[in-house]
Design a protein around this ligand. Structure first.
Ligand SMILES: Cc1ncc(COP(=O)(O)O)c(C=O)c1O
Length: 381
């Protein structure tokens, strides 16, 4: 057996599932296995629990149950919101940012092209901050507009001011969708007071199972389904619901929201410690985006730009992996590529430097930070 540690600093890609979540899910694979659409007792029992999960998730986000649709994850929720709003409101202009996740960027690019819709990508500065004045100027245009701007950036950790953006969109009668996949469960969300029309959540980002998520759509802003089929999810998404995963997601969100302040404090302290230690260990470290700013970035993300080094050039993630440390070069799909990330390219990050995203959860420890910083110190000695 190798005595190599197994350190996981890639929690923005996915998080380990909480044992309590697994426990809550287990009966739905075996005893309570019914199809929620069946009318017999097995089906009805599953339906009762499915609706309880919906009510719980809605309550935790200050939404109503009818505003929650279960999906296969964040990507499906983003796609459904964007394609649905474009169809329902005959959108003529889409405003988004070049730093969105591909779950948004690829769908808006495709639909803008196929439906000949004007697409505006906001300019971002070198820290990845969008210009709200530019957004307001674009909104002056009287075209039927959809704005899609994420809450927390999965690579550089920038957190946007959702309320200000939502209010601007409301003032200009634009449809507003936000990819909140990195913030659901981690930040308070009050969907009743926030003027957002659609958001996306994904359970595996808050210690729930993979392959399940939800779409929130405001009740007075109906959109059509993306997946046609049976009448599940009040005709919003055909297909038998993944009941065990949905139960797990509700449990995971309950734990996340009930302990949000405590978890946040613990993880902020860990990030602060990592930042302090790495700055002391390696001269020439800088942080990408706003991730080094503890006030204005996701407390789960620290994206580090390392000084040029012949031995680590193109090899740093591999060296870390050999030392038992899992981190990433950007989003999961661009792991291993130094500047394969469209986000780092979008902010003009220096390609001669190694850029590594470390992302944290409540399961990480200071000992793991110490070991990682020591390994990095040796690699840069
Ligand atoms: C910001 C953001 N949006 C969307 C997604 C996609 O979510 P899912 O993996 O549930 O499809 C991710 C996951 O990487 C993400 O970080």
């Amino acid at each position: 057996m190798s005595d190599l540690p197994s350190i996981y600093f890639d929690n923005a890609a996915t998080t380990p599932m909480d044992e309590r979540v697994l426990e809550a899910m287990m009966p739905y694979f075996t005893s309570n296995f019914g199809n929620p659409s069946s009318v017999h007792s097995h089906g009805r029992n599953a339906r009762v629990e499915l609706e309880k999960a919906r009510k719980k998730i809605a309550g935790l986000l200050h939404a109503s149950p009818g505003e929650i649709t279960f999906t296969s994850g964040g990507t499906e929720a983003d796609n459904t919101a964007i394609l649905g709003a474009i169809a329902a409101y005959d959108i003529q202009h889409i405003i988004t940012s070049p730093l969105e996740h591909h779950a948004v960027l690829h769908v808006v690019e495709q639909v803008a092209k196929s439906k000949n819709i004007r697409l505006s990508l906001l300019t971002v500065d070198k820290n990845g901050t969008i210009d709200l004045n530019e957004l307001e100027e674009l909104l002056q245009n009287k075209a039927r507009t959809m704005v899609s701007l994420m809450h927390g950036n999965n690579e550089i950790g920038n957190v946007s001011d959702l309320k200000t953006i939502a209010d601007l969109c409301q003032r200009h009668s634009a449809y507003f969708h936000s990819d909140t996949v990195q913030t659901v469960g981690h930040y308070p969300l009050d969907l009743q007071s926030l003027a957002v029309h659609a958001i996306a959540g994904s359970a595996h980002k808050f210690h729930g199972p993979k392959g399940v998520g939800f779409l929130y759509t405001k009740k007075n802003k109906k959109i059509p389904p993306m997946i046609a089929g049976g009448s599940q999810e009040r005709n919003m998404r055909g297909g038998t619901e993944n009941i065990a995963a949905i139960i797990g997601m509700a449990k995971a969100l309950e734990i996340a929201v009930h302990h949000q302040t405590l978890h946040r404090e613990e993880i902020v302290a860990l990030k602060k410690y990592f930042k302090k230690e790495i700055l002391a260990a390696i001269p020439g470290i800088v942080f990408n985006g706003l991730s080094g700013d503890l006030e204005n970035s996701l407390y789960t993300v620290l994206n580090i730009s390392f000084p040029p080094s012949d031995t680590n050039q193109g090899m740093l993630l591999f060296h870390l992996d050999l030392a038992g440390i899992s981190a990433s070069g950007g989003s999961a799909c661009s792991s291993g590529a130094r500047l394969g990330s469209h986000v780092l390219q979008g902010i003009g990050a220096d390609a001669s430097r190694e850029n590594v995203r470390f992302s944290f959860s409540r399961f990480n420890t200071r000992e793991e930070v110490d070991y990682t910083v020591n390994q990095l110190k040796e690699l840069y000695a």
